[in-house]
Structure formats: structure tokens, C-alpha cells
Design a protein around this ligand. Structure first.
Ligand code: NCD
Ligand code: ZN
Ligand code: ZN
Length: 348
């Protein structure tokens, strides 16, 4: 053996869409958390844009109950708001990991007007972050509200210079802002849409090479890599649904990029484990870790745990196959098999 096993902490993805309840034909808590384990993730955080949005205690109760029956890794939840549920915040803030707000059109269409932002930010009486879908057209508005209210703000899936540049300026000004990029915005560009067709459709849209270069050149200003795992069926993609799955491809793409000298092992650990843990206030646990076989392979649409059964990265080279996942001292994944009982994961 020339290369030895790669051991990493359990990876954390603060941005996934598991579609349960409501759209379990796309994904459910069992298939989604299985995909997480196959990708080396032990802690994932589910977004509130379900078919029935998670904007009330009752909707949250319902979701958590479904998760408790099925999850095989640890799962936390972000709460949602359309601006008319501020009375729910105090009732849920100890049970969720953050508040998620959508300021651009995307799956679910739970769009907020920027005018309601200050009121919502003020009503979130918690040190837990407010996560926002805010593309270039609204980023300045969000950062202004962050400055006014002092609330911790995480800008999701930063895709281009016009989004990252103002964030860097805000960080330099000392605002409590963090940001994430997705693997698809790092590894796919606008021109790839020709080949990917509808499978290259997501929000924010893929960007020109110059924006990818800017993201890579400024990766040290990016706090986390988030998959934005957003499964849709083939039929739904044909109809133009926004979003791509990512839990099973994030680590092999990043380890391959490490081999190519584009980022370091420490960058991967910081952006896929330590920083998301810090942003969400989670304590690291040395009994939760993964072991990865150092092998090169071709990413394909076969043998995926995600129900959607495809990846926009099919045909690309990945590095590192997850061999085992140990969660709180117990092996929950080994050589392609889920070893944990449905429901044995913990609700965070
Ligand atoms: C996400 C989805 O499908 O839920 N889609 C996407 O294109 N990213 C929603 C989102 O994160 O904006
Ligand atoms: Zn989004
Ligand atoms: Zn998302």
C-alpha cells in the first residue's frame, strides 16, 4: 500500500434539502441521511422550504417526528419565515439551528420582500445565525440590515464576484457575516450548461469562468463549503426544477482538488467541519470521524444513496472513497453499507 487511509472529522453540511415531509418522492430522511453518510457527513442541517414550509411550531413538530423515525446521521433544522410568523420565533429558537430567509426566487417560492428584513432580523432573539439566499441584486440590502441589527448572518451559496466582494468588505468592516460556497459553483461553470442541460439548472445559476476564478482566488475568505444538496427527479429536472444533489460528491471533488494543489487538507477540514461547527455553535466530538480510502475514481450516476439517482458531476474524477463513518463511537457506515438503524441518528 503506497497511500494510507485518510482520517477526517465527521463532516458537517449546514445546507441541505431532504424534502421530508411533503416531497419524499425526491428524497426522504432515510435516503438523504444515507447519502450524507456515504459522502462522509455526520451532521447535516435541513432547510425549511418543504412543500409546506417550516414556518410554524406545528410544521416543525411534524418534520422532527418524521426525522426521528428515519435518520441515520445527526440532523438539525433551520426555521423559515415569510414575515408573518414572528410570534413563533421564541417558541422554536431552542429547537432549531438557524433561521433561513429567501430573497430571490428559488424552489418553493418562499420569497420575502427586502423591506420586511429589518423587522424579521430584530425579532430573531438568538445567537444562532440567520442564513440567507441573497444573490448579487440584494446582497447590499442584507449586509445593511446585518450592520443595523448586529445579527449573525450567513450568506448561502455565494456564486460570483458580485456577491463575494461585498461580503469581503463587510467582513473587513467587522460585521458578523459568514459565507458558504457550493461544490457546483466551484467546479461547474456557465459553459457546462450546454452539456448538462436542465441538470445544470440551479439557483444561483452557474457563472462564467472569471467568477469561478474569483471564488478560488478568494477561498480563504469563504467560511464553509455547503453542498446545497437539492434533489429533484429526472422528470422534474426536465420541467426545469432548480437544484442539484451534492452530499455524495462534495468530499471526492475536494480531495481531487487538493491533489491538484487547488486547496489544502486543512482548508477542507476547516470549511467542511470546523467552521460550520463553529457557526452553528456545535462542539467537536473526537469519537465522530470518517476513514477514506485514497483511491481515484470516476463519479457516475450509479450506486448513489440519494433517491434522485443522478449527479451533475457524472464523468468527473473524484478522489477518496468513504470506507467507514463512526458516529459517537459507533460504526454507522462501512464499505457502501448503512450499518445504523433508521432513527438512530440524533436530532440536533
Ligand atoms: C434549492 C431547492 O431545490 O430547494 N434549489 C437550488 O437551486 N439551490 C433551493 C435553494 O437553495 O435556493
Ligand atoms: Zn438558495
Ligand atoms: Zn438550498
Amino acid at each position: 500500500m503506497s497511500n494510507s487511509t485518510i482520517t477526517l472529522p465527521g463532516l458537517v453540511d449546514l445546507h441541505v434539502h431532504l424534502r421530508d415531509p411533503g416531497q419524499t418522492h425526491k428524497e426522504d430522511f432515510l435516503s438523504g441521511t444515507s447519502a450524507a453518510l456515504a459522502g462522509g457527513f455526520t451532521d447535516i442541517f435541513d432547510m425549511p422550504n418543504n412543500q409546506e414550509p417550516i414556518v410554524s411550531v406545528q410544521a416543525l413538530d411534524n418534520k422532527v417526528a418524521s426525522a426521528k423515525r428515519q435518520i441515520v446521521c445527526d440532523v438539525g433544522f433551520h426555521f423559515g419565515s415569510l414575515g408573518d410568523n414572528l410570534d413563533q420565533f421564541d417558541k422554536v429558537k431552542d429547537r432549531v439551528s438557524g433561521l433561513k430567509l429567501y430573497l430571490n426566487v428559488t424552489t418553493g417560492n418562499y420569497l420575502l420582500s427586502p423591506e420586511s428584513l429589518t423587522k424579521i432580523f430584530m425579532a430573531w432573539d438568538s445567537p444562532k445565525p440567520i442564513l440567507v439566499h441573497a444573490e448579487a441584486d440584494v446582497i447590499e440590502t442584507v449586509l445593511k440590515v446585518t450592520a443595523e441589527t448586529g445579527q449573525k448572518t450567513h450568506i448561502c451559496h455565494v456564486s460570483c464576484r458580485a456577491e463575494l466582494e461585498p461580503i469581503i468588505r463587510a467582513k473587513e468592516a467587522g460585521l458578523p457575516v459568514t459565507c458558504g460556497v457550493t461544490p457546483h459553483h466551484l467546479f461547474l461553470r456557465e459553459a457546462d450548461e450546454q452539456q448538462l442541460g436542465n441538470y445544470g439548472r440551479m439557483k444561483p445559476a452557474l457563472k462564467p469562468q472569471a467568477d469561478l476564478d474569483y471564488l478560488w482566488d478568494n477561498l480563504d475568505r469563504v467560511d464553509v463549503i455547503e453542498s446545497d444538496h437539492a434533489p429533484h427527479t429526472h422528470a422534474e429536472k426536465d420541467e426545469g426544477a432548480f437544484g442539484v444533489p451534492g452530499l455524495e460528491t462534495t468530499l471526492p471533488l475536494l480531495l481531487q482538488a487538493e491533489r491538484e494543489g487547488r486547496l489544502s487538507r486543512n482548508d477542507i477540514i476547516a470549511k467542511c467541519a470546523d467552521n460550520p461547527r463553529r457557526i452553528l455553535g456545535l462542539t467537536p466530538d473526537s469519537t465522530t470521524f470518517i476513514e477514506v480510502d485514497p483511491v481515484e475514481f470516476k463519479i457516475t450516476n450509479d450506486n448513489l444513496q440519494t433517491k434522485c439517482g443522478w449527479t451533475p458531476f457524472a464523468g468527473r474524477t473524484g478522489y477518496g472513497r468513504v470506507k467507514t463513518v463512526t458516529l459517537r463511537g459507533k460504526v454507522v457506515y462501512r464499505d457502501g453499507k448503512i450499518m445504523a438503524q433508521p432513527g438512530s441518528g440524533r436530532v440536533i
